[in-house]
Design a protein. Structure first.
Length: 216
């Protein structure tokens, strides 16, 4: 029942089209700036800080879209190991179980398998970030009042992808030689959400031990 559109129409659900920033726009410049400081080898804790004079919502928007693309890709490369059989419940170990809820098909929190949950999640985020009313790209169009609330919700759910992947598929990460890559993405993400208090501390609990080890 819970196949999402991408699973139905596109067998190669691993690679979704990436959301791109249009060259020439202010957001694109900011994206390039963030990418440049990332590549310069500055420490990740420093690169997430809001550059002087920049708008906080622009900064959040740029990062959120970038994290979405990267996490989506990480899960995509891992998705052959995350199936209905291996992960019939979207969880993070035995202690954490995540239910899906949206405004469309699942109005009540619903148990889904991990791959179903991920598919719903990625579709849901894609729809939101392409919604001009929430993520305006035209110059002079303001962000909605609830912008940061929406971002909190998206980032909270994206964090769960890390929880699931780290707790249930760590051996696959290792066997693919992707540990350093995933860790870097996680650290960057973690520093970002904590810099701006975008995700509730309780949500970070499942990975706390690991976070203490790799994020200083
Ligand atoms: Zn899984």
């Amino acid at each position: 029942m819970a196949l999402c559109l991408k699973q139905v129409f596109n067998k190669d659900k691993t690679f979704r089209p990436r959301k791109k920033f249009e060259p020439g726009t202010q957001r694109f410049e900011l994206y390039k700036k963030a990418q440049a400081s990332l590549k310069s080898g500055l420490d990740l804790k420093a690169v997430v800080q809001l550059p002087p004079g920049e708008n906080i919502n622009d900064w959040i928007a740029v990062h959120l879209v970038d994290f979405f693309n990267r996490i989506n890709l990480i899960y995509g490369t891992m998705s052959e190991f995350c199936t209905e059989k291996t992960c019939p419940i979207m969880s993070g170990g035995l202690r954490y179980e995540y239910r899906w809820q949206d405004d469309y098909r699942f109005k009540r929190p619903t148990k889904l398998s991990a791959p179903q949950y991920m598919c719903m999640l990625m579709d849901w985020i894609e729809t939101l970030i392409n919604n001009e009313d929430i993520f305006p790209t035209r110059i002079g169009v303001p962000f909605p009042k609830n912008f940061q609330q929406v971002c909190t919700k998206i980032l909270t759910r994206l964090f769960r992808v890390f929880v699931h992947v780290y707790i249930h598929h760590f051996d696959s990460i290792i066997s693919m030689g992707a540990e350093a890559h995933v860790n870097t993405c996680y650290k960057h993400f973690y520093y970002f959400i904590t810099e701006f208090s975008l995700v509730d501390q309780r949500e970070l609990e499942p990975l706390k031990e690991m976070t203490d080890r790799i994020c200083h």
